[in-house]
Design a protein around this ligand. Structure first.
Ligand SMILES: Cc1cc2nc3c(=O)[nH]c(=O)nc-3n(C[C@H](O)[C@H](O)[C@H](O)COP(=O)(O)O)c2cc1C
Length: 326
């Protein structure tokens, strides 16, 4: 028998596979089934600051009385916050695994109070999904990262284990992750998936793209998990994007992830995605003589492999040189 237990962000988990933040957690009954399938923890869907503001803006656009603006803004926000806190309380009361709350944050002040409320409602940890797209020609990426660090410093004061979920679009991820660690982050999640856009050729219009990730997306999760595990000590890693089954789970643990998060595969296959991934991982561990996850975690990180340049290779040198010769 293998032991899949692990720890993450100071929490004791029954398995290293956790349910990513998404609408899947909107229903506690559905979430319960995913916990029964083996999820070691669940991350609730995010409360999106952007959604609330958009909603408020929409209401305001249709309101003839400017003096009602503050009331509507405050009413909308309070409702969303209260619903979220209620979801968290129910999740804590009815689920047998740690419950991680999630907020989407692109600014500062408005979220600090909310994090305190999440703690009071029983959250075991807090994942903060920081997503920004800079569109100015004059944006300074190094100065811009200060916002991420300030968010961490302020939320850290709340005292919950803090997990920062990042997009892959940063100039130098190891540097940013190290700064986040120094600012007080417990862990980072690599990576968030952004809203995709597409073009409808018939109507010649911008439309929404596919919400789900694709098999090829895993390669970047693998590269950066292994690289950051190897070069940034003192921070825990959750891998997200492209974890579909036991193979990706085993690979990402070998690369050095503390836990993996699963989302698209659960939308597509339900609880069996989690059950099958854990059963397959257990079988692979037995075949390879491992009894616990700690025995092989990070064996193939950037710091552990004989040739770390494998993680650095970006160009298809052989492929291109072969093509030009033929
Ligand atoms: C329908 C859907 C809803 C999502 N909602 C959230 C969310 O509320 N907060 C968040 O941080 N990530 C959200 N995500 C991103 C997932 O948590 C996850 O990081 C991403 O889908 C990549 O993992 P995957 O390849 O397992 O799908 C959502 C993803 C999907 C497909």
């Amino acid at each position: 028998m293998v032991n899949l237990q692990t720890t993450f962000a100071g929490l004791q988990l029954s398995s290293p596979l956790i349910l990513s933040s998404s609408g899947l957690t909107r229903s506690i009954d559905r979430t319960k089934a995913l916990v029964e399938a083996g999820a070691g923890a669940v991350i609730l869907k995010s409360l999106f600051e952007e959604q609330i503001l958009m909603h408020t803006g929409h209401l305001l656009a249709h309101n003839e009385y400017p003096e009602a603006a503050d009331y509507i803004a405050s009413y909308t926000r309070v409702e969303a916050v209260d619903e979220y806190l209620e979801l968290l309380r129910r999740a804590k009361a009815e689920l047998s695994v740690p419950v991680i709350a999630s907020i989407n944050c692109s600014g500062l002040e408005s979220w600090t109070d909310f994090a305190q409320k999440l703690k009071e409602a029983g959250a075991d940890a807090l994942e903060v999904n920081i997503m920004r797209l800079e569109t100015s020609r004059f944006y300074d990426p190094v100065a811009g990262e200060e916002l991420y660090l300030e968010i961490v410093r302020r939320l850290r004061a709340v005292g919950l284990p803090l997990i920062i979920k990042l997009s892959r679009h940063h100039t130098a991820l190891p540097t940013l992750v190290d700064k986040l660690r120094a600012a007080g982050a417990t862990a980072v999640t690599l990576f968030n998936r952004s809203y995709q856009l597409d073009i409808d050729l018939e109507r010649e219009q911008i439309v929404g793209g596919d919400v789900f990730s694709h098999a090829g997306d895993f390669a970047e999760t693998l590269r950066f998990t292994g690289l950051i595990r190897g070069v940034v000590p003192g921070i825990e890693l959750a891998a997200s994007t492209g974890i579909y089954g036991w193979q990706e789970l085993a690979k990402i643990l070998l690369a050095g992830a503390d836990v993996a998060q699963i989302c698209t595969a659960v939308y597509k296959h339900g609880p069996s995605a989690i059950k099958d991934a854990l059963t397959g991982l257990g079988r692979w561990m037995m075949d390879h003589g491992y009894q616990s996850v700690d025995e092989f975690r990070g064996r193939l990180s950037y710091a552990s492999v004989a040739d770390p340049s494998l993680f650095e290779r970006l160009q298809f040198m052989k492929y291109y040189s072969g093509r030009t010769q033929s």
